[in-house]
Structures are given as C-alpha cells and as structure tokens.
Design a protein around this ligand. Structure first.
Ligand code: PXL
Length: 277
C-alpha cells in the first residue's frame, strides 16, 4: 500500500487541514501518516481560536522515523505556521526524498487577494523558497502573487496565467498548478505547467456561486491521493477538481450547512468510484 506523509495542523473544528486530508487520502486507498504542526481549536477564520504550536516535537518525530527506516511514497505539506516550521519541513524533504517518491506543497497562506491572519510578505517569500524543492506546487492566485512578490489582480488573461506558471516553476519546482482560475467564461478550474516538458494542461468545471473554506485542502488531498496511486497528472487533476466541485454542490444543497467548511463526506463515494476508473 502507498503511504503519504502529510504535514499540517489539526484544526479541531473547521473542516480543513488534517481532518480533511486523513479521510480523503484513506478513501483513495492510501495510508495517511501525519505530522501535526499545531493544534488549533478551530481554523483561523473563527474568532478567538486557541493555538498550540508543536514545532518543538517535529525533529524528534522525524528522527524516530529515520531510526525505524520508515519512508513515504509522497510528502504533502499544507498549512505551516512559522519560519522555523518551513526550515524543518525543508530538512524533512531532504531526508525523506527518494528517487521514486514525490513532494507536493500546497503553500496555504491566503485567498481573495489577502493573506490569512498571522502571515506576511516575508513569510510568503520564505514559502516560495521551500517550493523550489517540490515536485508539484498548488497555490491559488493570491498565494502565487505573494510568493512572486507581484500585485494580486482580480481579472486576467490566459497569457497572464501562463506567465505566472512559468515564474512559479522558475522558483525551482517541476510542476506548478494554479488553482481557482477563472477566465471570465463562467468556468472555474486549474491550470498547470510542467517545466521539463514545456507543457501546459488545464481542467475546468462550472463556476459555483459560493466559495468555502477548506476547499483547497479537499483539492490538494485528493490530488495527492490520486497521484500516489499512479494516476497521471491530468487524470489526477480531473479527479481532484470533480471531487471538490461535488463537495461544494453537496454543501450548497443543504440550507442548514455550517459556514466554515464543505460537506466533502457526502462526495467520498464518488471519489472512490472515480479513482477506480
Ligand atoms: O484551509 C486552510 C487552513 C488550514 N489550517 C488553518 C487555517 C486554514 C485556512 O484558513 O486557518 C489553521
């Protein structure tokens, strides 16, 4: 069985990070090992959340894994809360990288042109530095703009998207995938670029009227799961985007849904079906 190591926080309530990654990666038929970076009572869009930093445990945890010869088929990082954590994750990537596994970085930092509470421009540049050693990165346009230190724009052309993708791979990663791309034609999707092959690819679905917290984690977890069972990048993107859209549609059907996350659980049966295809 394939084994993914995911490194991100536990937001106890909020349907994001590890509470999303674990069930989704398991549903892909892949073992999900975790390295929790912090425990928060909720994600940071709630007021007054608690935050227990676990940075000081990270090194002893990964050293134990090294002692025990534990390895991973993929390393997937999400929300990381400090410069020190970025450095530790860099060490983990170097120590656990093999010629067969891959590293996927979701540089979770913001959305809609703004950074989440606790992040600043300097952190975004440090995250860009971490991304140089990744195989695949999956920023949204906000995160990409901060990492490239360029202004965030609300409307853009396809040429602009392609230019951003090239600049992202110039950071050093092999493939960059921009999420939440909308070219003003009523569709929303992802656009990717593989530098070595000089190849662009994309997948779009209908634009849904509402955006929800945690959908980036739903997307990245299913993408990582699909890639680790051997789907090629274009197939894996389709699986992940369709699953994210299905999670949002299920949520929109429920008038009493929580404001803080999507009902991805209802879409898991379809995810399981789609990875069999
Ligand atoms: O969904 C991304 C995410 C993960 N973890 C924490 C967050 C967020 C987004 O706000 O606050 C703690």
């Amino acid at each position: 069985m394939q084994r993914i190591l995911t490194i991100q926080d536990i937001s106890c309530v909020g349907k994001c990070s590890l509470t999303v990654a674990l069930p989704i990666i398991s549903a892909c038929g892949v073992e999900c090992s975790v390295l929790p970076t912090a425990v928060l009572s909720t994600h940071t869009a709630f007021k007054g959340f608690t935050f227990r930093d676990l940075t000081c445990d990270i090194e002893s945890i990964y050293k134990h894994w090294l002692d025990q010869n534990i390895g991973f088929d993929a390393i997937y990082t999400g929300y990381l809360g400090s410069f020190e954590q970025l450095n530790l994750v860099d060490s983990i990537m170097q120590k656990f990288r093999t010629k067969d596994n891959f590293v996927l970085i979701d540089p979770v930092m913001g959305d809609n042109g703004k950074l989440y509470s606790g992040f600043d421009n300097k952190f975004a540049l440090a995250m860009a530095n971490l991304c140089k050693n990744a195989d695949i990165i999956v920023p949204n346009l906000t995160e990409a703009s901060y990492m490239l230190d360029i202004p965030y724009v609300e409307s853009y052309t396809l040429d602009y998207v392609k230019e951003i993708l090239v600049k992202l791979t110039d950071l050093g990663c092999k493939t960059a995938i921009l999420t939440g791309v909308s070219l003003g034609d009523g569709k929303l999707g992802v656009y990717g670029y593989n530098k070595a092959e000089n190849k662009y690819f994309s997948y779009f679905r209908e634009y849904l009227p509402k955006s929800f917290h945690g959908t980036g984690d739903v997307f990245a977890s299913s993408l990582c799961g699909a890639l680790s069972i051997g789907k090629d990048i274009e197939k894996a993107l389709k699986i992940a985007v369709d699953f994210t859209v299905e999670s949002i549609s299920s949520t929109l059907k429920n008038p009493n849904t929580n404001w803080y996350g999507v009902e991805f659980e209802k879409a898991l049966p379809k995810l399981i079906e789609s990875i069999k295809e």
